[in-house]
Design a protein around this ligand. Sequence first.
Ligand SMILES: *Cc1c(COP(=O)(O)O)cnc(C)c1O
Length: 372
Amino acid sequence: MTTDPAPTIMAHKAAFRPEMSALDEYEPILPVEVLSQRYGVPPEQIVKLDGNENPYGCSPRVRKLLAQAPVHLYPDPEHREARHLLAAYVGMGAEHIVLGNGSDELIDLVVRLTLRPGERVLDCVPTFGMYRFYTQLAGGEVVAVPRDGGYDVDVAAVKARIDGRTRILFLAAPNNPTGNPLSLEALGELLATGLLVVLDEAYYEFSGLTAVPWVAQHENLVVLRTFSKWAGLAGLRVGYGIFPTPISRQLWRIKSPYNVNAAAQWAVCESLKDAGYLQENVRRLVAERERLYRALGGISFLEPFPSAANFVYCRVHGRSAAAVHEALARRGIMVRYFDTSLLRQGLRISVGKPEHTEALLAALGAIEKEAP
Ligand SMILES: *Cc1c(COP(=O)(O)O)cnc(C)c1O
């Protein structure tokens, strides 16, 4: 007896929600093993400056703890200890804090909590792709408002695009991939619109700038943070948000009970207990960021932008950024290239250890000598 699966697959396809097939594709970074195969470079020789990951890794105390952790037990669905420690870290009560499976999950939850199909989200482009992704997934409409020439949010343009269907404004500060912060003056003006403002402070520890205290005074402000970058926990997927209590209470009701796994919760607690160690690495990365920024300015075809995060964005002049990306990759150096109209001539380079900067600069110097 033979069965033909094709008709079943077709039947399912016909049943998809239209917004699912209309999704723009998100191009994620590739795992080291895949990069190694693609470019013929041994995995241990790859210099990974494409994911804004922490080259110093997580706290050694996290490693030790995870080796002994009782993984056969379900994690605390209310994240009690993590929220207790986070409350002290952020200076707001634990009732304002919700943890997510990466701050990505919190973007998803906030959108699903507030956006009705057909309603609009303002996205200050170029910026982090997940705001667009989750809005489309929820059947919402993304209104892209271009930033100005220095990548600052164009406050007047944002205000001009608000209509009766607009619900959420996403702001990454510092912005990814451009690295620039957001002024509190601009934030104040944007909060006065009454839109729900989701301020993404994924790089807070590198910028030292935060609007968390404003959450107590603004019921339309949400601040998102993550342990992926400063704490070196990208692989464990854990982020958190600071919310006005009416929002945090509703989020508790819609989140998956075990959204943050046990390893991630322990890692959060241990990271906060070892914050001094992690902050020392943050200081190293900030110093290296400044050195990298200056050195990139010395490469004839690069125009680096000042950054308050753990990466430096560069515009490429006189040659194609895609070609520079490929030429670096062939030498084992991975940086981020975005094939979108606003970013096609740019590269985002994560800050690594000093030796990673050296390898990058040597490769760029060699590329400089080649014909464009
Ligand atoms: C990296 C990043 C995140 C994602 O954080 P996760 O906690 O790893 O999901 C969110 N926002 C911005 C702007 C980022 O760059």
